[in-house]
Structures are given as structure tokens and as C-alpha cells.
Design a protein around this ligand. Structure first.
Ligand code: ADE
Length: 253
């Protein structure tokens, strides 16, 4: 059954980036997932179609009103129920959330339905979050102008994990992070580009050696850029040996 996704956002047009383009766009077109967008502005009752107001207690910026968001989320939930999803998982995107990682993406990909709430301004009235939100997710330690890009990151990362979405069946299994390491470097034609030749092991045809070189490169790159990942994952004796045999001056950037 298609993964049901609803997103509540003041800028539904932004979502064309995932709904119409690339792998995620094709997945929607082929029915692996369905996306419905809800604009809280369409659920306002006043002439100005107000969706935000000044914060109680003072301070900079504006806060999104609970009522229009609640009405939009109710509509989203109703649609999910009509599609057979009794209890969609409701996510708020915010830098205050738990950081997104591969393990989280895989868990989310098992859900039958997701509702994503993208905030703008300083945030959303806490009472609305307490009432509706199951989980708050951050995509990194920086502040975006709104949750839309973060919601699209979540959608894209999940969709590529749905069965049948990637043409090459093995391709999602070979992504970075699946084995807890960063990906190895890739090369394609021409064999010599501006005087730089593809590493000879990749054109030598020895698949065991190629596999060994790729693992070695993954280990080197992970140690250099993400030592935290390597510490969390640990290394086998063979991997430790692979790393140790590398000369310091022959490492990927
Ligand atoms: N909204 C604004 N910044 C964000 C972030 N880093 N992650 C998720 N949602 C956000």
C-alpha cells in the first residue's frame, strides 16, 4: 500500500521539489507514496487570514496560532483515515527536535502514514504541539527559515527506502550509513580526466581487491570526517588492519 504523507505548511508550493522531481517525484507518480498538502491559511476564520501572532511574554518574532494548525491537522488526519491509516505518525520539524539519522529514517519508512508539520517564524504555540505531535525531528544544528525544507528532507530520505522505489534493488542497501560508514569515492569515464587517472584498482577487474579498496576508503573517510560514527560503530580486527596499512599521505578528502 502507498505510504500516505500529509504536510501542513504555509508554503505548499515548495513541496514541488520532492513531489515532481527526481527519484521521489517518480515514486509519487508511480503510486509508492501519496502526498497531500494543507495550508493553515485556508483554515482561518478572519478577513486577514491570520496564522500568527505576537508571543505572550514578549520577545522577537511571531508565533503560529494553534487554531488554524489544529484545523489543518484534523483535515490531514481525516484524509489519512479515509485512506485506511487509523493512526498516522505526527512529526513536527524543528531545530529543537531529535536529530535525524539513518536508523530513524528506516523506522519512519515502516509507518503506514505520516503527518508533517512545518513551522515558520519563531515557532508554534506549545499547546498545539503538546496536543498533536508524536515526535519532533531536527535535520541538523542550524536554523532554517521554516520547517518545509526539513520536511522535504524527511520525505526524500524515507521514500528512497520504500520497497521498489530504487531501480537497482541493491542501491539503497549500498547507501552511506547502512554499514555505519561514509560512502567511498566514485569514478566514471573518462579514465583520465585533466591528467588525473582513475585509481588503478578500479580498472583492474579484481573484484575482491575493489571491495577491499572501497572499504578502506570508507574507513579512511569516516575516520577523517566523522570519527564519532566510527567510535559508535567500532571496527573489526580486519578493518583496523586495513586502516593501519594506509599511508597518511594517500587519503581521500
Ligand atoms: N526548522 C528550522 N530549522 C530546522 C532544522 N534544523 N531542522 C528541522 N526543522 C527546522
Amino acid at each position: 500500500m502507498a505510504l500516505q504523507i500529509d504536510a501542513v505548511t504555509l508554503f505548499p508550493q515548495m513541496f514541488a521539489a520532492v513531489s515532481e522531481c527526481g527519484i521521489s517525484g517518480r515514486a509519487f507518480a508511480r503510486g509508492h507514496a501519496e502526498l497531500q498538502l494543507w495550508n493553515p491559511r485556508d483554515f482561518t476564520a478572519d478577513n486577514h487570514r491570520t496564522t500568527d501572532d505576537r508571543p505572550y511574554g514578549g520577545g522577537p518574532g511571531m508565533v503560529m496560532l494553534a487554531e488554524p494548525l489544529a484545523a489543518a491537522l484534523d483535515a490531514a488526519q481525516q484524509r489519512q483515515q479515509q485512506k485506511g491509516v487509523a493512526r498516522p505518525h505526527r512529526i513536527y520539524l524543528s531545530p529543537q527536535g531529535r536529530p535525524l539519522d539513518h536508523a530513524r529514517v528506516m523506522r519512519l519508512a515502516e509507518q503506514p502514514g505520516l503527518i508533517l508539520l512545518a513551522g515558520r517564524y519563531e515557532g508554534v504555540d506549545q499547546r498545539l504541539l503538546d496536543e498533536y505531535i508524536d515526535e519532533t525531528i531536527s535535520i541538523g544544528d542550524y536554523v532554517l527559515s521554516g520547517g518545509e525544507l526539513a520536511a522535504m528532507v524527511v520525505i526524500d530520505a524515507i521514500i528512497r527506502q520504500l520497497p521498489g522505489v530504487l531501480g537497482d534493488a541493491g542501491s539503497a542497501q549500498q547507501d552511506s550509513f547502512v554499514n555505519g560508514l561514509l560512502d567511498y569515492p566514485h569514478y566514471t569515464r573518462p579514465e583520465v580526466y585533466r591528467g588525473v587517472t582513475v585509481p588503478s584498482v578500479l580498472t583492474g577487474g579484481n573484484h575482491a581487491l575493489i571491495q577491499r579498496w572501497r572499504l578502506q576508503q570508507s574507513l579512511l573517510l569516516t575516520r577523517k570526517h566523522r570519527p564519532d560514527l566510527l567510535a559508535k560503530r567500532g571496527m573489526s580486527a580486519a578493518e583496523t588492519h586495513l586502516l593501519a596499512e594506509c599511508r597518511q599521505d594517500n587519503q581521500p578528502d
